[in-house]
Design a protein around this ligand. Structure first.
Ligand SMILES: *[C@@H]1O[C@H](CO)[C@@H](O)[C@H](O)[C@H]1NC(C)=O
Ligand SMILES: *[C@@H]1O[C@H](CO)[C@@H](O)[C@H](O)[C@H]1NC(C)=O
Ligand SMILES: *[C@@H]1O[C@H](CO)[C@@H](O)[C@H](O)[C@H]1NC(C)=O
Ligand SMILES: *[C@@H]1O[C@H](CO)[C@@H](O)[C@H](O)[C@H]1NC(C)=O
Length: 797
């Protein structure tokens, strides 16, 4: 896949292709070989004659193919390049009397496919001598026969051809006869008349000689009986009879009528017919009616086996006088052989990335019929990306017409059909199975674009986070997917110290226990790689989200929890019900519900005097302070988060109801519970003086601005200002993706005790979550000016 289309190939490349095609037809070989050689006879060295490197012969699977269903006459020795005979070749058997006998073979080489025609001309060897049909020829000749009368003698036959066939005859010397030989007959010519009284009978030796070397000969004895009467021999109407016969004709078909006439009367004029010499093969094919001379078919005639017959017929009269004639029967071809398709070569399997136009195989079509009956048209069915390209006669290349893709079609059944031009035409087909071999052309593809894994913190190391899956449609190792982590860093540590991936299954495990408070999410890259060479891969991002568990108790920032620290709040005696006196500030490192804090007073010195805002932690007086209230008030406040189960922390809050700093000395009594160290005293003094200073400052400001007030209110907001450095670092919203909740946390402790926190609470939270007793102030005018707000709040109170 991914290869250039054929169209984009350069013209130069196409030219090269054409030359390669031509390669198929060039270099035909022709050898002459005598018949009847021993097996293993070296016909010639094909490698040398074609200039093919010996070493490539076996790698290119060189072979010699004698086509069709015929025998293998020769073989190629791939080590030497020699073409050798592998069985006896009898020319007479192969070609009969044909003047030339050629065996055709193909030399096939693969990679690239290459084809050479090899013609073996089988040369006749004089392995047959002339032969007469009988050992003895009986002849009866009247003594009244005139000088110059001719008497036919059956020719000798010789299976060999050309010079090796009968060339001459030799008649033994005698007083009466000489020999006359022409192309069709051998005759005795009477030179000196016979005299029965002198010689009643005679034997003449006739010798037939061929032209071979060494010369062979055959003889026959002609026994001549000299007759008294005035007799005539039968005379054929033609010296040569010619007939033609369609092959596969039914038995009893009349082939030809022959006739001879005899001038004699009575019994002497009755002519009978019979065959002269007939070869063993043909003996049962025809019969001759001895009376009528009608030659009929009795056997099978197959044009593909024998296309013509040559027979001698003999006419004999009642006295035994004979004459001879020749019958030539031509057999017509009938379209009785369907074409046969031979797969000469096939590249199987063929890699899926071969470019269109690649040759994958060679087929050869043969039709044993002749002429138009053996003209064959070949084609491939339409729905496969292959076509047939004709090369040399009756050879076709199977060529790809498009891009193959094993992942779509891994196997083709290519049906090749061949039809001849006969009438009616015959056809046949052959199915070639071709597999497509895999190329690593598909990278693994993840089933998802990206993966997310959710895990709650404090997980066990080794727990499964999620699993990724990638698919690769390639074959075997080209489609085997291996997963791995791509190197990367999470919080400065290698990603492999956080997660691991199972290379075979794609299951991702946690390597360590995660802490939500340290790390809320991170991303890792997982690579899926196949096992091909070169391998292909794809990457995917896995986002791991850690969810919170309520594993952190609320942490109280104010009042400080240290055992020996001692903090106290000053509450003016004149404080009205609802005045803010202090605020418990707590944070929770968890998030969401797990960090949603609520405040409760657990125990107090004077139950009902102080309340605490469930969510604000603001401590307010619930009623006006009365004289009977104890000056020292002690509250134990519990802070709980909303986790499941919830975690809590408690703190003590010391309050002194006093307007007078002088009374502070009595603080010692309160602090006597504590470690009465000097340090504590200093702290108290420092705190009280800061508070007092701040109070004074507020009073002055309020006095200036709100002098109409009869009773200035004392506020303690400033007293609980907390330096930002005091905050735990992880409270800053690190990645900017903090939730609404964490924003609230942040606000809650920065807006210490101010009433604006009420408003922020409202804006940050869903109203539904507010306790019913919480005062809602939603009007924008309420917070235009903090001091304006004091006014309204007073009205409200
Ligand atoms: C041959 O002789 C037979 C019978 O004598 C006759 O029926 C037939 O027509 C003849 N055929 C030819 C070709 O002369
Ligand atoms: C091809 O032919 C074989 C044998 O007939 C058969 O088993 C196979 O399913 C065929 N394949 C295709 C792709 O048609
Ligand atoms: C995998 O692909 C390569 C080429 O990318 C090929 O050579 C090899 O034969 C293929 N393997 C299999 C098992 O098909
Ligand atoms: C996957 O990531 C690795 C490392 O960054 C890189 O070499 C490779 O090319 C990436 N593969 C793909 C398909 O993007």
């Amino acid at each position: 896949m991914g290869h250039k289309g054929f169209a984009s190939l350069s013209p130069v490349f196409l030219l090269v292709c054409i030359f390669l095609m031509l390669h198929l037809v060039h270099g035909d070989l022709s050898y002459s070989i005598p018949e009847e050689t021993k097996r293993g006879y070296v016909i010639g060295n094909i490698a040398k004659d074609l200039g093919i490197d010996l070493k490539t012969l076996s790698s290119r699977q060189a072979r010699v193919d004698f086509g069709g269903s015929r025998k293998r006459y020769g073989n190629m020795n791939v080590n030497t390049g020699d073409l050798i005979t592998s069985e006896r070749i009898d020319r007479e058997n192969l070609c009969g009397k044909k003047p030339s006998c050629v065996l055709k073979a193909d030399l096939v080489l693969e990679n690239p496919l290459e084809l050479h025609r090899v013609s073996l001309h089988v040369q006749d060897v004089n392995d047959n001598g002339p032969q007469f049909n009988d050992d003895l020829i009986e002849m009866e000749i009247s003594e009244s026969a005139d000088k110059g009368n001719r008497f036919s003698i059956e020719e000798a036959h010789d299976a060999d051809i050309g010079q090796n066939a009968v060339q001459s005859y030799n008649l033994q010397n005698n007083d009466n006869f000489i020999l006359s030989v022409d192309s069709h007959k051998v005759e005795l010519v009477l030179e000196n008349t016979l005299d029965r009284e002198k010689q009643k009978e005679m034997n003449l030796l006739l010798t037939a000689l061929d032209g071979g070397s060494p010369q062979r000969s055959g003889t026959v004895v002609i026994h001549v009986t000299v007759l008294d009467a005035n007799d005539n021999a039968p005379v054929f109407s033609q010296t040569v009879y010619k007939a033609s016969l369609p092959e596969n004709s039914p038995p009893d078909t009349v082939v030809i009528n022959i006739s001879a006439t005899d001038a004699d009367e009575g019994v002497n004029g009755d002519v009978t017919y019979q065959f002269g010499h007939v070869s063993d093969n043909d003996i049962n094919v025809f019969s001759i009616d001895s009376k009528t001379g009608v030659i009929t078919l009795t056997g099978q005639v197959d044009f593909e086996e024998i296309s013509s017959f040559e027979m001698r017929v003999k006419a004999k009269d009642g006295l035994g006088l004979t004459s001879y004639a020749k019958v030539l029967i031509d057999v017509h071809d009938i379209n009785d052989n369907a074409p046969v398709i031979y797969l000469k070569s096939l590249t199987n399997p063929v890699p899926e990335n071969v470019s269109p136009g690649t040759e994958v195989g060679i087929v050869n079509v043969q039709d044993e019929d002749s002429n138009i009956n053996q003209n064959v048209h070949c084609s491939i069915q339409q729905n496969v990306p292959f076509k047939l390209v004709p090369s040399i006669k009756n050879y076709y290349s199977i060529v790809t017409t498009g891009q193959l893709d094993r992942e779509l079609v891994s196997e083709y059944n290519i049906t090749i059909s061949a039809t001849d031009e006969g009438s009616p035409p015959l056809s046949s087909s052959k199915t070639v199975q071709l597999s497509v071999a895999d190329i690593n052309d598909n990278p693994p593809v993840f089933e998802e674009q990206s993966y997310s894994a959710y895990v709650t913190e404090n997980n066990k190391p080794g727990s499964t986070l999620c699993s990724v899956t990638a698919r690769d449609p390639d074959w075997r190792q080209n489609g085997t997917v291996i997963y791995s982590l791509l190197p990367g860093e999470v919080n400065g540590a290698p990603v492999s110290s956080y997660v691991s991936v199972n290379g075979d299954t794609g299951v991702i495990h946690a390597v360590r226990s995660f802490d939500y408070e340290q790390l809320r999410n991170f991303k890792v890259q997982v690579m899926a790689r196949d096992n091909g060479s070169p391998p292909l891969s794809s990457n995917v991002t896995v986002s791991v989200f850690i969810s919170d568990v309520n594993d952190n108790s609320p942490q109280i920032l104010y009042p400080a929890l240290e055992a020996n620290s001692f903090m106290t709040e000053l509450v003016p005696k004149a404080a009205h019900g609802g005045s803010l006196v202090s605020k418990v500030i707590a944070v929770d490192a968890d998030s969401g519900q797990n960090a949603w804090l609520s405040y409760h007073i657990v125990t107090s010195t004077e139950p009902g005097l102080f309340t605490i805002g469930v969510h604000s932690g603001e401590i307010r007086t619930q009623r006006d302070i009365s004289e009977s209230d104890s000056m020292k008030q002690n509250l134990i406040v519990a802070v709980k988060d909303n986790g499941q189960p919830s975690l809590s922390a408690t703190c003590s809050m010391y309050l002194i109801i006093s307007d007078n700093l002088a009374e502070v000395t009595e603080l010692k009594d309160i602090s006597s519970d504590e470690n009465n160290s000097k340090m504590t005293s200093y702290l108290i003094i420092a705190l009280v003086s800061v508070s007092t200073f701040f109070l004074t400052f507020i009073i002055i400001i309020m006095g200036v601005r709100f002098c109409r007030r009869r009773k200035p209110r004392l506020l303690f907001d400033g007293a609980v200002a907390i330096p930002s450095a005091y905050l735990p670092p992880n409270y800053a919203d690190v990645d900017g993706t903090g939730t609404l909740r964490s924003t609230y946390n942040y606000d809650a402790y920065l807006t210490t005790g101010s009433r604006t926190s009420d408003f922020k609470f409202v804006t940050s939270y869903n109203d539904n979550t507010l306790p019913a007793d919480q005062t809602l102030r939603k009007s924008p005018s309420d917070f235009v000016d903090p001091f304006e707000e004091f006014e309204t709040s007073e009205v409200g109170a």
